[in-house]
Design a protein around this ligand. Structure first.
Ligand code: MRU
Length: 362
């Protein structure tokens, strides 16, 4: 029996409604030392939280931004209709642009804005924004569960899984994407273990993935990013599963920097390389990975990494937050709608169309 004892996992929620109507997030910058929740009341507070990675992970920032838009709209309820619409649309634009790479952010805000019927009163618009944000959260929870149920078929008994960054519960509204098959395997009493590279510079692997897996009772080992080749060279890994911030129409995948290196190393060692993501991460409008905007991080995250100088104070730094893994290196993409295998062809676009059609059905 695995660490969860075959029981359903109940990981902490990255984002939820606060009882008094704000947006309640777990401040992930403080993990694993401190577990502190914050309640946010405006678009500006949420933009700060997204940029600082207090809330992070592609699905979670989309959900959190949609919820913040609803909360922000409440602040403007007494404005005349035109001014109210302008204030909400300004907040929507600013929230969408808080981070550039994860398509879920703009996708969720677009969905929320589209939920407002033309001619709505301010109160009706606010209700529509709240309803749609709750729907996005609920759907994401269900998508994570489905990704887990589909993805678990790819895990041999005793699976040794290598991941990157955190694509677990704390990056989503549910049990994660890359970690969802791991949680489902553990719930079913199968042996499974995870290897988590630190994920420099902000250590989402060692601070967050290791924390949430330990909490769920799933065995986890942390390694430095530079130890990944040695690990694969020692045949200690059965498969790699990572999440995604955006998947282009041809199957190229943007994810946390270091993912591309993992994919190259997995190919060199004949280890399958899987990407797990909900359809909200598919971007049929971007033909290839070359069109995905890559966020560059503040150089001081590298120069002053651990509260002290970790490089010369003014040295030039190259710090992309994400990289792009070419589709050719990907064994399969697991979404809530199925497992896509290469050549991906029109599969990404078809899944986007199917999920939109399903949502439009009365
Ligand atoms: O910079 P972060 O921590 O937001 O980066 C997160 C990742 O790269 C995740 O792998 C990705 O968003 C998928 S989360 C299900």
């Amino acid at each position: 029996m695995n660490g969860t004892g075959g029981q359903p996992v109940s990981p902490p929620e990255a984002v939820r409604w606060a009882a008094d109507g704000g947006v309640d997030i777990l401040d992930q910058t403080l993990l694993p030392e401190t577990e502190r929740r914050l309640v946010l009341w405006s678009a500006d507070e949420m933009i700060e939280a997204i940029r600082a990675l207090r809330v992070r992970g592609a699905p979670a920032i989309g959900i959190a931004a949609a919820m913040a838009l609803a909360v922000e709209a409440v602040q403007h309820v007494d404005l005349v209709a035109g001014a109210f619409a302008a204030a909400v649309s300004d907040a929507a634009n600013r929230l969408s642009a808080a981070r550039p790479t994860a398509v879920n952010l703009a996708w969720a805000i677009h969905r929320a804005m589209n939920a407002i019927d033309a001619g709505s009163t301010n109160v009706q618009a606010i209700e529509a924004l709240h309803r749609e944000a709750s729907r996005i959260l609920d759907e994401d929870r269900a998508m994570c569960r489905r990704i887990g149920e589909l993805g678990v078929s790819l895990l041999p008994d005793g699976a040794r899984v290598l991941t990157q960054c955190n694509a677990g519960a704390l990056a989503t509204g549910g049990i994660g994407t890359a970690l969802a098959p791991v949680y489902v395997a553990a719930e079913r009493g199968h042996a499974v273990e995870v290897w988590a590279p630190e994920t420099r510079p902000l250590l989402q692997g060692s601070r967050i993935t290791a924390w949430e897996l330990e909490r769920a009772g799933v065995p986890v080992t942390v390694l430095t990013d530079s130890a990944v080749a040695a690990l694969l060279g020692q045949s200690k890994i059965d498969l790699v599963i990572v999440g995604a911030d955006r998947i282009a129409a041809n199957g190229d995948v943007a994810n946390k920097v270091g993912t591309y290196a993992l994919a190259l190393l997995a190919r060199a060692h004949d280890v399958p390389f899987y990407v797990a993501a909900p359809t909200s991460t598919l971007d049929a409008g971007t033909p290839t990975g070359a069109g995905i905007p890559i966020e560059m991080r503040d150089p001081d995250e590298i120069r002053r990494g651990f509260g002290r100088l970790t490089a010369p104070a003014a040295v030039r730094v190259f710090s992309p937050a994400f990289d792009v893994t070419p589709a050719a290196l990907i064994t399969a993409i697991i979404t809530e709608r199925g497992i896509l295998r290469p050549p991906f062809g029109d599969a990404v676009g078809l899944q986007v169309r199917d999920s939109e059609r399903e949502r439009e059905r009365p």
